[in-house]
Every structure is written in C-alpha cells, then in structure tokens.
Design a binder for this molecule. Structure first.
Ligand SMILES: [Fe+2]
Length: 409
C-alpha cells in the first residue's frame, strides 16, 4: 500500500509540517481574583512594569454591572522591550464579561502567547486551525500591544495565542498613545498591511502627541547594586517561561502541542510512574512542560489551577540566590517541587503569587543543539536553597541562549 504523503507548507521558502513556526514564548496571562495583590507581587516583588492598563468594561454592554464586581482592568506588564510579556486579569470580571466561555473552572490561564515570524504565518495558521477543528476565539490585531494574532484553544480549554509584531517600548518607557489604537482589527486582516513606520508617519501628520502613552510609576528606591547598576530589587528578570501545565489527558495534549502547534519534544520522563513531557520551540530544553493532573495533589499544589508553574529567569546564579532572600523578606511563600520534575533547569525555587500560582525562579536553562539531544548524565542539585553553594561551576551552555536586550533598569 502506498504511504500517505504528508502535506507540507512553504514557510519562508522552507517546507514545514505546519504553515507557521513558533519562535518563542511572547507572553503569558493569568486570571486572578485579586489584581491589586498580584500587581504588588509581580511589579514591586518581581520587577515587571505596567505598560498599559486596559479597562475591559469601557466598551462592554454590561459596563455598570461589571464595575460593581471590582477592578475591571487588564494589566499588561513587561520585563523587557516587548509591550507585554505578562498579563494580569481579574478572573471574576473576565468570566462575568463572558470571555471565559465554557472554560473549566481550574483553567486560570488567560493566554499562552507564542511569537511567529510573519503576519502571513498568522493568516495561514487560521486556515490550519480551522482545518484541524481547533476552536479559535478571535483573530485580528489587539490594542494595546499592536500585535496581529489569533487565539486557538487547546483540548483542555487553555487559550493559546500566536502573534506577529509586538509593540516595542523604548528608552522613554512610554507605550503607544491611545490615539494610535485606531489601527486595531476585530477580524482577520486583508494582506498585505502597511508597515509600522507608515502608521507612525500618518499619526505624526495628524498631530498625535507621542508623549501621551502610559509610563509605569516606579515607586521603590533603586538601592541594590546589581552588578554595577542600582535597581529596586537585587535581581533582574531577563527571560520568561517555561510554562508547566497539569493535563487531564496527557497524550491528547502532547499530540496537540506537537502535531498542531508544532512544538518539538525534547524528552519525556517517568516520575514515580507518571509520564511528563518536555516540549520546546527554540533552543531551550523546554518552553512548555506537560504533567498528569494526578501529580497536582501529590505535589501539594493548589487545586484551583492547572498551572503547575510559570518560570522567570534571572540574569545570574548570584541573582537567583538574592531573589529568594528578597522575596522571603517580602513575605513570599515558597514551595518545594522535586528538581527531577524539571530536567534542563538546575537550581530553582518556587514562590507562590497571591492567587496561589507557583512562580519558578531560575537562572540556567539547558540549550539543545542541532542534533536535538538533551544532556546525558546530569548531576543532581541540592533541593533545599539552604544547601545551595555560594558559587557554581559552569556548564558547556551556561549563560547562553536568548540574551536580554537593553538596560536592566
Ligand atoms: Fe495576547
């Protein structure tokens, strides 16, 4: 019998099994019950900055009802020059506004957003998801952030987003003025579109005040000497991810993320009889890790969320140790997760956000090269932070991978 020829797609002149290629995690979003407490944790504690607050009630037909339920803002946060790398949303408002749909109650992910290389890839991805029967909640171009996108859901109700063209925040720290939000799209845009340079030129001709965007109010004094720069905390987040999810049907989720989204499986491990899978989109050991949901209770993690953890990478090993001390000093609650469950990362610690999500602090991520193979013979690291050495020996890939661009503060 003739072997069925698999369909392939021309992505920039390279034939791929999907019509797009995810390059990296762009941003991650959580629905939380108390945005004010979470803003304190993520901004004052971890150093994210607000690039834009967005009132989701403003143009909503149930505006007055929503405002009675609490803070109706979504907060777009950033750690670098991308307009947002993290999004906080009031879960009560999100559900009341009807955006939650039939999402299971323990799905607190607002979005897991992945960068592709071009607007054409987004457009073709919409056809791809439709052909696979994947639910897409919407497509177009959202403001703030200016990114062109579509939102496909995974089989267990986590909303993914793929996007092209995130707004970049420069040295002024100002986001794009609201007057420039008119180039948003609520549907798939016809191609081609004008470049951002042209949009800016047109706004300038209309007399838009380029200094009218939002600028994060930094309130903490810059009193820590962090390798030569004074910062309000003794570390700097230089990269975000990986995302770890608990899954009800691990095989189905793994098939979706590899076969439909195009992630590569780096490895799968067995831990006390549980299969756990590690998927990547770039050279990092994993950008997304999948675990069976039966592990959630065994690890003592909150039953309110399918998020096992969200990773934030700090610049150095010294900063990792300092971050743990700093967050403990602010009353941060730490939990222990066995390091065997996170191959590719050596030293890490998990602090809970006020909503109970575990945030994984780390400094090193194993890098995967051309042969796609993970490292053999890894050494175990001490589980307890108190047992960590003051300094560590380098590995072949220490301080490699995606570098941070721009100044720390
Ligand atoms: Fe997004």
């Amino acid at each position: 019998m003739a072997k069925k020829k698999s369909v392939r797609f021309d992505v920039g002149g390279v034939m791929l099994p999907q019509p797009f290629k995810i390059r990296r995690l762009g941003h991650f979003g959580l629905n939380v019950p108390d945005p004010a407490a979470c803003l304190d944790f993520y901004c004052e504690g971890l150093g994210f900055r607000i690039s834009d607050p967005l009132d989701i009630a403003e143009h909503h037909p149930k505006r007055d009802e929503l405002r009675k339920l609490g803070d109706t803002h979504m907060y777009f946060l950033r750690h670098g020059t991308d307009h947002h790398s993290f999004v906080l949303c009031n879960g009560i408002i999100y559900n009341a506004a009807g955006r939650g749909g039939d999402t299971p109650p323990d799905v607190t992910v607002n979005q897991m957003t992945w960068q592709v290389s071009s607007l054409a890839e987004i457009s073709r991805a919409i056809d791809w998801f439709n052909s696979k029967g994947v639910r897409i909640s919407r497509a177009g171009r959202d403001m703030p952030g200016s990114n062109w996108h579509c939102y496909p859901y995974d089989p267990e109700g986590h909303r993914n987003e793929i996007y092209y063209g995130m707004e970049q925040i420069g040295w002024t720290g100002l986001s794009k003025p609201k007057a420039m939000h008119e180039r948003g799209f609520r549907e798939r845009p016809p191609l081609p579109q004008m470049p951002e340079y042209e949009e800016v030129k047109q706004s300038a001709a209309k007399g838009v005040d380029f200094n009218s965007g939002f600028r994060h109010p930094e309130t903490m004094p810059a009193k820590y000497d962090v390798d030569g720069i004074l910062l309000p905390r003794p570390f700097k987040i230089v990269r975000h991810g990986p995302i770890r999810l608990f899954c009800r049907d691990l095989k189905e989720m793994e098939d979706f993320y590899t076969g439909v989204m195009g992630f590569t499986r780096t490895e799968a491990i067995g831990w006390k009889g549980h299969r756990c899978a590690f998927l990547r989109c770039g050279t990092e050991h994993h950008s997304l890790a999948l675990y069976p949901i039966s592990l959630r209770e065994k690890l003592g993690l909150s039953s309110h969320t399918t998020v096992m953890s969200f990773g934030v990478q700090v610049a150095t090993y010294r900063q990792l140790r300092a971050a743990v001390d700093f967050l403990k000093g602010r009353g941060g609650k730490f939990v222990e997760i066995p390091s065997a469950l996170t191959p590719g990362i050596d030293y890490s610690a998990y602090v809970l956000d006020p909503a109970g999500h575990a945030i994984q602090l780390y400094y090193y991520m194993e890098q995967i090269g051309w042969d796609g193979r993970p490292r053999l013979g890894r050494r175990r690291t001490p589980e307890r932070v108190a047992d960590w050495p003051k300094a560590v020996e380098p590995k072949s890939d220490t301080y490699t991978g995606e570098p941070y661009l721009g100044p720390w503060g």
